[in-house]
Design a protein around this ligand. Structure first.
Ligand code: 26W
Length: 829
């Protein structure tokens, strides 16, 4: 690692304020005293740990100061409750946000330390599945940057999102043991420990004053232990906290068996209760009613609420003040058991009456919906709740009873409405509809893009929108420009800063100052050279990782996201096969060479998505080895898509594929990341694509396909995919080739089910209906790519138009329209 010995020797001086110790000296100290190595024996991982500890030190004093500042201001706090935080790597982010990055680079160069190698040792913290988890991570960055008194609350999974390997073209999952070497960013808090109850039974009794009370007894308890991770805002002025809970067996639990002399049983049970925070559910496709997942949800909700109320009670005695001091945001329905839990705490433990408690609860909670897909909407069997959380079930029944009374009062005689709107689904074996519970228990509900919110109001939550006018609002998603431009793409970030200054890093709207450079030949040239350099870097990574040589001059066509039928990676692949056929039919024709890049994971139980991965790889195998095709077309599947991989691919993309069936993608945030990095979008009128179009201008985005109204019309009229199959010769050829084994000669029937689902199976996501328009749109893109100046002009206008999509803007809207919180900034020093 050390190319030449480090210039500084560890120094035995007493501790000084970390800000005054030169970075270099602090690093040498950590290598010696925290890692126990010297620069002769240190491995890249040792250097990573020394760097991380040094960086963490820089954050810690500011973190403590921030926490004191919030206390002193008695500020209203935001608790962002999320089952997922997809953080990725932290080292560069923390160095940059704390303003020590340049110093660190300089020091590394002087000391002969290979920073890249050390950086690569950090595991990607993948405590999330995809969009929802990454959004939570961007929000933490923005809340800290804005100086908002906020906390992220979640679960410290021992195993995050699985590692994906591609073996013989198939996805194979491997456990992600990200904590194996220890996590240098976190502070374990063994003293912050709360019991969480499960199972047991209820005892009713009457208080002295004659009111009915409930005891929840004979429970099985698990302990939740806190781990804190500092979250630095940009500029280092505020450092917030992310508190994640790990399950520990409760001492009482062990003792019972120890006292019986059953040592083995005691240890076995210890393991079992610690399973609660073992693993992230890697599925965002279907809400499978698994007991362990419900227990994970209640586990982190119960611990978080105890912690929040402990903090609240230190300075406030009256629960009526809670909604003025605390805002609790539910990131999807996953933490929505918090609603009956807070009711239980207020009713059973603090003896508030129902109306007062309910008023406090509904003024405290708000809920964000992230999907319209019916199969992803959570419901829990009543029987499971009855066993696991019996008191919560009772409270949910009471909430529902009172809610339905109100609905009935306003809509006399409408029993169908009552059935539809009820929190209990009586038709599917009695289940709790968690979204209904979250809406009834929140003062505000939001969707994540205009069209998504509109569809919530018109379709799945139409009854609620009528009953609670104004409760459902829109807050369009955003991404943090720190990670997704400043860190991921130093070339472009530097070019932008050179021309408009660096204010865009915290005020992304300032990117509009780039508009005037869109036609500037010199700027276009520089812009294209940055993109070219990024493409060459990615080409190198691909060659190293996969042994595939790609042409850096080709158009980099990128689709990176979870593998889902609704996201239509297959439609993209149909374009690939169409190009393949055209090249083979006419090999001499002058074409725009393309490299089509896919990356993304499929849920382990989602067989169809995994088969599509295999299909992409089988097509890649044939296309990439066909001598007739040569350099004109390459297909690459980059394995193990994660935050780190995203940051490698995005700066190199020319074209961003956002091609979900209209009405299915709630927002998308990858679309924003790619456009911010100067890719042009080919997309449907879905999710945030629509708002991207509004910002960058219709001429600077490639929109194709059916819109939501047309989708609704075509499906209601009785969509017949065969009409499209027979109506387009090229489409038919593509489907026939795949279906009959052209790409799978070793097993010709392998992909028959994929094709059948699009023809006889009805083509749920309307790939065939959108194919012709998609291909025509891709032809326009090829034509534009032949004109680099015009391409550059449009790409620059895309970057210039992305100001709206900063998560800072998103968070400001939450703060103003939902939370009613204000920044608590450090006085300028
Ligand atoms: C219970 C199983 C489960 C788990 C996760 C169901 C659904 C989910 C998430 C809601 C899936 C998700 O990540 N949704 C994505 O959220 C992003 C952030 O708002 C949006 O940009 C994406 O469009 C949406 O698919």
């Amino acid at each position: 690692m050390a190319k030449k010995p480090a210039t500084t020797e560890p120094s035995p001086q007493p501790a000084k304020s970390t800000d005054s110790v030169p970075f270099c000296q602090a690093l040498a100290n950590h290598l010696t005293y925290s890692v126990g190595k010297d620069h002769y024996t240190a491995t890249p991982r040792d250097w990573f740990f020394a760097l991380a500890h040094t960086t963490r030190d820089q954050m810690t004093a500011r973190w403590m100061e921030t926490m004191r500042r919030y206390y002193e201001a008695d500020a209203k706090r935001i608790y962002y409750m999320s089952m997922e935080f997809l953080i990725g790597r932290t080292l560069t982010n923390s160095l940059m946000n704390m303003g020590h990055y340049d110093e660190c680079l300089k020091m590394a160069a002087e000391a002969g330390l290979d920073l890249e190698q050390a950086r690569a040792m950090e595991p990607d913290a993948a405590l999330g599945n995809g969009g929802l988890g990454r959004l939570a991570a961007c929000f933490l960055d923005s809340m800290a940057t804005l100086g908002l008194p906020s906390y992220g609350y979640g679960i410290r999974y021992e195993y995050g999102m699985f590692n994906q390997r591609i073996e013989n073209g198939w996805q194979v999952e491997h456990p992600d043991s990200w904590l194996r070497y220890g996590n240098p960013w976190e502070f374990p808090r063994p003293e912050v420990l709360y019991p969480v109850k499960f199972y047991g039974r209820l005892v009713e009794y009457t208080s002295e004053a004659g009111s009915l009370r409930h005891h929840w007894v004979d429970t099985e308890d698990v302990m939740a232990m806190a781990y804190d991770t500092p979250i630095p805002g940009y500029g280092g002025k505020s450092v917030n906290n992310m508190r994640l809970w790990a399950a520990k067996s409760s001492r009482d639990f062990d003792l019972k068996y120890f006292n019986e002399g059953n040592y083995i049983k005691a240890v076995e049970d210890k393991n079992e209760s610690e399973n609660l925070s073992k693993v992230l559910y890697p599925d965002d496709t279907t809400a499978m009613g698994r007991e362990l997942r419900l227990k994970q949800q209640y586990f982190f909700v119960s611990a978080s609420l105890q912690d929040m109320l402990y903090r609240f009670n230190k300075f406030h005695k009256n629960f009526d003040e809670l909604p003025d001091k605390v805002a609790m945001q539910l990131n999807d329905t996953h933490p929505s058991i918090a609603i009956p839990e807070l009711m239980r705490i207020l009713l059973d433990l603090n003896h508030l009456d129902w109306d007062r408690a309910w008023d406090i609860v509904t003024r405290t909670f708000s809920y964000t919906n992230h999907t319209l897909m019916p199969e992803a909407l959570e419901t829990w069997p009543v029987s499971l709740l009855e066993k696991t959380l019996p008191r919560h079930l009772q409270i949910i029944y009471e909430i529902n009873h009172l809610f339905l009374n109100d609905v009935r009062h306003q809509n006399p005689g409408d029993t169908e409405l009552l059935k539809r709107i009820s929190i209990i689904d009586e038709d599917n074996g009695r289940r709790i509809r968690m979204a209904h519970l979250a809406i009834v228990g929140s003062h505000q509900v939001n969707g994540v893009a205009q069209i998504h919110t509109e569809l919530m109001r018109q379709t799945i939550f139409a009854d609620f929108d009528r009953f609670y006018p104004g409760k459902i609002i829109n807050i369009t998603n955003g991404i943090t420009p720190r990670r997704w431009l400043n860190q991921a793409n130093p070339g472009l970030a530097g070019l932008i800063t050179e021309h408009i200054g660096d204010g865009w890093i915290t005020h992304l709207d300032q990117l509009s100052k780039l508009n005037k450079f869109a036609t500037d030949k010199a700027f276009q040239g520089k812009f294209l050279r940055v993109k070219q350099a990024n493409k060459e870097s990615l080409a190198k990574v691909i060659e190293e990782k996969l042994g595939i040589k790609i042409n850096p001059a080709s158009l980099f066509d990128v689709q990176i996201k979870r593998m889902h039928e609704y996201k239509r990676q297959l439609l993209n692949l149909f374009h690939v096969v169409t190009l393949y056929n055209r090249i083979r039919a006419n090999p001499g024709e002058n074409r725009v060479p393309r490299t089509v890049i896919f990356s993304g994971k499929a849920a382990p139980g989602y067989a169809r998505a995994k088969l599509i991965i295999k299909l992409i790889n089988d097509v890649a195998d044939i296309v990439n080895h066909d001598p007739v095709i040569g350099d004109q077309l390459k297909v690459v599947y980059i394995p193990n898509y994660d935050v780190t991989t995203a940051a490698e691919i995005i700066p190199a993309a020319d074209l961003s594929e956002q091609i979900s069936t209209a009405g299915t993608e709630a927002s998308g945030t990858g679309n924003m990341k790619l456009a911010l990095n100067g890719a042009l979008t080919i997309g449907t009128l879905d999710g945030a694509n629509i708002e991207i179009r509004d910002e960058v201008g219709t001429d600077n985005i490639f929109i194709f396909g059916l819109n939501t109204a047309e989708v609704a019309e075509i499906t209601s009229k009785g969509y017949n995919p065969w009409d499209y199959y027979h109506g387009n010769q090229e489409l038919r050829q593509v489907l026939d080739m795949i279906g009959s084994g052209y790409f799978s000669p070793d097993e010709p029937e392998r992909f028959r089910p994929v094709i059948d689902s699009l023809t006889a199976g009805g083509d749920q996501y309307l790939l065939l209906a959108d194919y012709t328009d998609y291909i025509a749109c891709q032809e326009k893109i090829d034509a534009l790519y032949r004109n680099p100046a015009e391409w550059a002009r449009k790409a620059i206008l895309n970057v210039a138009g992305m100001g709206k999509f900063s998560s800072d803007r998103t968070i400001r809207e939450y703060a103003e329209n939902i939370w009613g919180v204000k920044s608590v900034l450090r006085p300028e020093v």
